[in-house]
Design a protein around this ligand. Structure first.
Ligand SMILES: Cc1cc2nc3c(=O)[nH]c(=O)nc-3n(C[C@H](O)[C@H](O)[C@H](O)COP(=O)(O)O)c2cc1C
Length: 191
């Protein structure tokens, strides 16, 4: 069951925009983050939920997708995400560096929750931080560390094995539709 969710939990960069996500759907995901493990149990993360169409559009403009396939300009027009959650570190609780692991694990649990609900998403570490702070009108103590996109996935992603050349770059077929993601074999990552 968990393995099934993990396998389905790919980084989707194309969505069916006719399928919206409600604020309640996103609240359920943040609630999973709230209940997750937390370094020293300091619970230093705060979450901005964006489901409003105009706001989602504005956030989308500040994000960078698939830097390894820059020529494709993903997501294709009309397949952008329908929601975002922005994970911020509350620096009045501790430094951003101290809580980056927390950011990663909460992003993953929210993505798994989305997959369980029939949606999917993509973590976006590439975004225009200063402009995002302005757009969301974030107070000084909230430092955005990761943007997570959500929607109903509308693309095919296939896991493959990393070959002899050790190349881990993801790639697409000629039409740019099927997305391939090489993963190491289990024995390759054991020490
Ligand atoms: C911390 C983190 C930040 C990421 N940032 C971006 C990003 O800025 N843009 C993007 O398109 N994908 C981003 N990704 C997605 C990765 O490219 C993706 O996880 C990787 O290609 C493997 O694909 P998979 O998630 O389907 O296994 C990020 C992933 C992680 C874990």
């Amino acid at each position: 069951m968990l393995k099934e969710l993990v396998l389905k939990n790919r980084s989707y960069r194309g969505y069916d925009k006719s399928v919206k996500m409600s604020r309640e759907d996103l609240l359920d995901l943040v609630d999973l983050a709230r209940l997750s493990n937390s370094s020293m149990n300091r619970q230093a993360l705060k979450f901005h939920i964006a489901t409003d169409e105009k706001e989602v559009e504005e956030i989308q403009k500040l994000t960078g997708w698939a830097r390894r396939l820059p020529e494709l300009n993903l997501p294709y027009p009309g397949t952008e995400p329908v929601a975002f959650i922005i994970i911020c570190v509350d620096t009045s609780i501790g430094s951003k560096a101290a809580f980056q692991r927390d950011v990663g694990l909460t992003a993953e649990v929210m993505l798994l929750g989305a997959v369980e609900k029939g949606y999917g998403g993509c973590m976006l570490g590439t975004f225009k931080r200063g402009e995002l702070i302005k757009l969301l009108n974030l107070p000084d103590n909230l430092d955005p560390d990761l943007v997570v996109a959500f929607g109903k996935p509308d693309e095919k992603i296939v896991l493959t094995e990393v070959g002899e050349d050790g190349n881990t770059s993801y790639y697409r077929d000629e039409e740019g539709k099927t997305h391939y993601v090489p993963k190491y074999k289990l024995e390759d990552i054991l020490i």
